[in-house]
Design a protein around this ligand. Structure first.
Ligand code: AMP
Ligand code: MG
Length: 342
């Protein structure tokens, strides 16, 4: 199939909305990363997302909405059932990079939630994303628009690198502001729990809810068993709360090693590992965000893809402090490195 290149102009967005309504696939920018969207209420359309990404079908998707009212048909009990916590989180951070887990209604197909009885919902702030959802008159299920296992795309070109010819259309917008995926907050249990860290931090959520929000266990630890990188399918009974966690993730073609330490220590270790790699015929690259977490979030996935394009086969990245946004970026860095830290 030929992938149509669309702009963020109204005519093109309306066209993209038609494609979604007809059951097609459209990649679109959001403030976090590019998403690969389909009508969330059409199981057939949603299944074609899994096919385009080569993604395991028990990996649930985030449903994107334009207005608070769009929640009504998606969640069990409708808007009237919203908890205080949900109200507060939505008031504070929607539209924006926060995904909230709710109990799902009957209308949401199993294909969208990977068979779970909960649904993940987000209201993006990106203008093109908002307009697409509004134009399609449907909630849009969208995972990141990359081949499963690869770094998430933060530019239209990165999407095309993986998806050209596999999807109906792409809205070619700007580079994503945030650069890492949304914070996923589970409000279905007793304690508000972050299943995936993002730019909205635990501290900010605790403040908005007026009570302690916790991280789900092990967000910086290697899962007991990880997926077979060859086929992306986990051969494990490991059942984490956020199913996406068990799969290999964010991997460039190059091997990634994280290096701890101050500037001096980082340089020493990177030099030693880099020289050995060169002796063995390798092509190492060095990446130091100097503790700038915001820039690390913005650039990490784009940088990993750029190093791949330039043929580097080893990427040595300096770690960040595991606090606030640093925690969230380290969650991604550790996965790309297969938890290899020197
Ligand atoms: P992606 O599609 O790449 O943006 O990833 C979506 C993330 O949201 C994955 O890590 C999923 O596991 C998580 N997620 C989506 N729906 C649910 C749900 N109902 N319960 C828990 N986690 C979810
Ligand atoms: Mg993803």
């Amino acid at each position: 199939m030929t992938t149509e290149r669309l702009t963020t102009e109204l005519d093109d967005i309306l066209r993209a909305g038609d494609i979604i309504r007809r059951g097609g696939l459209v990649a679109f920018p959001t403030e976090t990363v590019y998403g690969l969207g389909a009508n969330a209420l059409d199981a057939e359309a949603v299944r074609s997302i899994y096919a385009a990404k080569g993604r395991p079908s028990d990996n649930p998707m985030i449903v994107h909405i334009a207005e608070k009212e769009d929640l009504e048909p998606l969640i069990r009990g409708g808007l009237a059932s919203l908890s205080q916590d949900a109200q507060k989180a939505m008031d504070a951070f929607w539209p924006g990079p926060l995904t909230i887990i709710f109990s799902k209604s009957e209308e949401v197909p199993d294909a969208t939630t990977g068979g779970l009885d909960t649904v993940a919902v987000r209201m993006p702030s990106n203008r093109a994303a908002y307009m697409l959802i509004a134009a399609s008159l449907r909630p849009i299920a969208a995972p990141s628009a990359n081949i499963s296992g690869r770094p998430s795309p933060t530019t239209a070109d990165d999407v095309l690198e993986d998806m050209d010819g596999r999807i109906d259309a792409i809205i070619m917008g700007e580079q994503c502001d945030v650069g890492i995926e949304s914070t996923v907050l589970d409000l279905t249990g007793e304690v508000p729990t972050i299943l995936r860290p993002g730019i909205i931090t635990r501290e900010e959520l605790s403040e908005a809810l007026g009570r302690e929000v916790v991280y789900y266990n092990g967000l910086l630890e290697k899962p007991a068993e990880t997926a077979d990188p060859e086929d992306g399918v986990a051969e494990t009974s490991f059942k984490p709360k956020s199913p996406g966690m068990k799969y290999r993730h964010y991997s460039p073609k190059a091997r990634v090693i994280l290096i701890e330490g101050n500037t001096e220590e980082f340089r020493e270790k990177a030099k030693a590992i880099g020289i050995e790699a060169i002796h063995n015929g390798g092509k190492p690259a060095v990446l130091d965000y100097r503790g700038d977490e915001r820039r690390a979030a913005h650039d990490l996935f784009a940088d990993l893809r750029e190093f791949d394009r330039q043929g580097y086969d080893l990427i040595l990245i300096r770690t960040l402090e595991e606090e606030g946004l640093g925690f969230s970026v380290m969650n991604r860095m550790l996965k790309s490195a297969g938890y290899d830290v020197e």
